[in-house]
Design a binder for this molecule. Structure first.
Ligand code: DAH
Length: 344
């Protein structure tokens, strides 16, 4: 039996060497015939089993079968290897591997993101924390805690996408004022950027989804002058060193007094006239602001006789439109590479 195994090992060695040396299908076929063919070496060995003692025959048959199986597998592997090599050679002839490849597309930071990051940088430098919160909020955070009780007409203006009777996509970032004051005792200084949703028909100036940045500062003796200083600084950081801000009296339930905030039109620098950006007024509206309403402080267990604060909420699309002179808010969300590449 060991004689048989020895023979098979030796034969297997030669067979493998023949496969390795084979450079085409014909050589492989010759090896197959020489070893596994009708009068191949293995076949002759198998025939010689008949001369073994009867008890050894089944064992010898199995040994030979196993070897044949392994040799057939090796043959198949060698065929595949040759095919792949032929394929590679063919490709190399047809493809010029030295040809320069297509340059990879270079991504860039989205203009909304740029504005957002610049605002964050400005406020962080002044000790504000950046906080983010959920886009789905209970009406308590969106309205009640912000001094907008049920049935208050101001709810109408923030009307949004309701998920249940009391849960809605936030129409503004102001709920983050509430979440912050619930979790921290004064002083607090935060900004809260993020996506907001309103049931607005889409046009050049409106989108059902947009971004806001909320700001909140509460402490002792915080006053309107601080608000004006910070917003002026932010506008200068974003739009240029000569920016001013202007406050127009307005109304928000969660601030008193309340104001709309404008900044110098960066396109015409307050000259107005035929300016397309500001419509000739010389000013661009950024959003709302005001001194936090005592009812809001009270709801948060902040003593309104000790603490005061200011807040603002600005639209980031609006700021990006003004900063980059963009004609249509929809461009921000269309993901057109040609548009976005301008900000690379
Ligand atoms: N939340 C308001 C809106 O979306 C904007 C706003 C106004 C935010 C006054 C404020 C604020 O924090 O004090 O229209």
């Amino acid at each position: 039996m060991s004689e048989l195994t020895g023979k098979l090992d030796e034969l297997r060695g030669r067979f493998d060497a023949a496969l390795t040396a084979a450079s085409d299908d014909r050589a492989l076929e010759e090896a197959r015939i020489a070893y596994l063919g009708r009068s191949g070496e293995v076949t002759l060995l198998r025939r010689s089993i008949g001369q073994l003692p009867a008890g050894e025959r089944p064992g010898a048959g199995k040994i030979i079968n196993d070897v044949v199986e392994a040799m057939e597998a090796a043959l198949e592997e060698a065929r595949t290897r040759l095919q792949l090599r032929a394929f590679d050679e063919d490709l190399a002839q047809r493809i010029d591997v030295t040809f320069p490849s297509v340059a990879p597309m270079r991504g860039s930071i989205h203009p909304i993101r740029r504005v957002l990051e610049d605002i964050c940088t400005f406020f962080e430098r002044h000790g504000f924390a950046v906080v983010v919160g959920p886009e789905i909020e209970p009406d308590y955070y969106n309205f009640d805690a912000l001094n907008i009780p049920p049935e208050h007409p101001a709810r109408e203006g923030f009307d949004s996408f309701y998920i249940t009777d009391t849960l809605l996509l936030r129409p503004h970032t102001s709920p983050m004022q509430v979440r912050t004051m619930q979790q921290h005792r004064p002083p607090v200084a935060i900004i809260a950027p993020g996506r907001c949703y309103r049931r607005d028909a889409v046009d050049a100036r409106h989108s059902f989804m947009f971004h806001q940045c909320e700001g909140l500062l509460v402490g002792e003796q915080v006053h309107f002058g601080h608000l004006k200083g910070m917003l002026t600084g932010m506008c200068r950081a974003l739009f240029g060193p000569d920016q001013s801000v202007r406050f127009r009296p307005s109304y928000f339930p969660f601030t008193e007094p309340s104001a709309e905030v404008d900044t110098t039109c960066p396109t015409c620098h307050n000259i107005g006239g035929p300016c397309r950006m500001c419509g000739g007024s010389g000013w661009i509206e950024l959003g709302g602001a005001g001194m936090v309403h005592p009812n809001v402080l009270h709801e948060m267990n902040y003593d309104p006789d000790v603490y005061s604060g200011w807040a603002f909420g600005f639209g980031l699309e609006r700021m990006a439109i003004v900063r980059y002179d963009i004609d249509d808010i929809r461009r921000f969300f269309e993901n057109d590479p040609d548009f976005l590449a301008q900000f690379a």
